[in-house]
Design a protein around this ligand. Structure first.
Ligand SMILES: [Cu+2]
Length: 164
C-alpha cells in the first residue's frame, strides 16, 4: 500500500513537472491520470471460512492482480474471473468464466495456517480497470475454488470487483 502511495506521488510529481515545463499548447490533455485500482473483498461461500482481498493495479500497460486469502483450506486451489458481477446463491450467480475456457488465475496453495497468495500480471490488452470496455475487470467477479484447475471444484469464495 505504501509503495503504491509512493508510486502515485512520484507520478503526481512527474505530472506537475511536465505541466510546469510544457507550454500550454496542449489543452488539458488526458492528464495521464492516477493509475486505476480495483478491489474485491472475497467472502466465504458454501459455509467456507475463507476471506480475503483481490487487488488490481495498473502500472503502465500492465495490470497486476494480487490475491490474498485467509481461512483457506490447506492445499491447492484455483481462482477465475467469472462473467457475472454477483456472488449470490453461494457464488453460483457469478455464472461461468469471463472468456469461456479462459481467465483462470492459475492454481495456488494455501498453507496449514489457511493463508494463500497469488499474483498475476496481464497486459492492458486483456485487463483494464474502470474504462467500461470489454476488458474492464470491474464488471466481473472473482471466484475461489475448492481445488486446483482444471477440476476446480466447488466455489468457496467470491468477491465483486469494484473500482477504488
Ligand atoms: Cu471459477
Amino acid at each position: 500500500m505504501s509503495r503504491w502511495l509512493k508510486l502515485s506521488l512520484v507520478a503526481l510529481g512527474a505530472g506537475a513537472l511536465l505541466s510546469a515545463c510544457g507550454d500550454d499548447g496542449e489543452s488539458p490533455s488526458e492528464s495521464t491520470t492516477t493509475p486505476a485500482r480495483a478491489e474485491a473483498q472475497i467472502q466465504g461461500m458454501n459455509s467456507s471460512p475463507l476471506s480475503g482481498t483481490a487487488t488490481f493495479t495498473q502500472t503502465g500497460d500492465e495490470v497486476t492482480l494480487t490475491l490474498t486469502l485467509e481461512g483457506c483450506p490447506a492445499g491447492e486451489h484455483s481462482a477465475h474471473l467469472h462473467a457475472n458481477k454477483s456472488c449470490d446463491e453461494n457464488g453460483d450467480a457469478a455464472g461461468g468464466h469471463w472468456i469461456p475456457n479462459g481467465e483462470g488465475l492459475g492454481s495456488f496453495t494455501c498453507d496449514a495456517s489457511g493463508q494463500g497468495t497469488q499474483t498475476i500480471t496481464r497486459p492492458t490488452d486483456v485487463w483494464t480497470i474502470g474504462d467500461a470496455g470489454a476488458t474492464d475487470v470491474t464488471q466481473f467477479s472473482i471466484v475461489v475454488h475448492a481445488a486446483a484447475d482444471p477440476d476446480a471444484g466447488g466455489r468457496i469464495g467470491c468477491g465483486l470487483i469494484n473500482l477504488e
